[in-house]
Design a protein around this ligand. Structure first.
Ligand SMILES: O=C(O)CCC(=O)C(=O)O
Ligand SMILES: [Mn+2]
Length: 213
């Protein structure tokens, strides 16, 4: 094998890893964690097999549909409260249990739950937030796998809003957020300005049951 064989395998883009060390927290961006064929296949399976729900949240006393579909998976008892919604977990689908184990092996972290988001097109989005719910613990490790259309994942520092970062997450990319990131940074997927096909994002989390639950 010569040197160039190490970097290309036919036309397949190979996995590459970028560590982004921020002032308060770290991000590991594993590009092509899944090769394109496998990512496409998982995307098709999950579009079909996940029982996607249109949830609403209460804004100013009015039930407002959120601009994406979602589903919550987890080990028994792992309820999750999000913008006033308490989500009951659906048992793991085999395709999700499989990818969870691979991400657990890679990140050396055990996950007990998963929030799946389906962005149907460019008009779907998620607004500024941090994954900082108390049941996720002090400095959660969150592993996020992107499938389908490339969308921008944007981060901004809570106190220094000029510190901003835009990561175009592609089909098969894995992002691992850790350290104090969720305390100091917010993230969002803005609506896109040009047409986008569907994208699925899987965020694996570990829930620590809180006192009283
Ligand atoms: O779609 C993404 O990449 C991010 C989703 C997200 O931030 C979340 O579900 O908490
Ligand atoms: Mn999030």
């Amino acid at each position: 094998m010569n040197q160039s064989d190490l970097f290309t395998l036919g036309d397949l883009p190979l996995q590459s890893v970028e560590l982004i060390e921020l002032s308060d927290g770290d991000i590991l961006w594993v590009k092509h964690f899944l090769p394109p064929d496998e990512a496409n296949q998982l995307m098709a399976t999950l579009q079909q097999q996940i029982p996607w729900r249109q949830d609403s949240i209460r804004i100013a006393g009015k039930d407002t549909p959120i601009p994406r579909l979602q589903a919550w998976f987890g080990d028994a008892g792992m309820t999750y409260t999000y913008s006033g919604l308490t989500l009951q977990p659906t048992p793991w689908l085999p395709a999700l249990a499989n990818i969870k184990h691979r991400i657990e092996d890679y990140s050396d972290t055990h996950f007990t739950s998963l929030l799946a988001n389906l962005y149907r097109d460019e008009n779907d989005s998620v607004g500024w937030h941090a994954d900082d719910e108390p049941e996720l613990g002090e400095n959660p490790v969150i592993a996020s796998l992107s499938l389908g259309e490339t969308r921008d994942f944007v981060l901004k520092h809570r106190d220094h809003q000029e510190q901003k970062l835009k990561l175009p997450l592609q089909n098969g990319d894995l992002l691992i957020m850790k350290g104090a990131l969720q305390h100091h940074w917010l993230h969002q997927i803005p609506k896109a300005k040009t047409h986008c096909a569907a994208r699925i994002n899987l965020t694996f989390r570990r829930i620590f049951p809180t006192a009283g639950t």
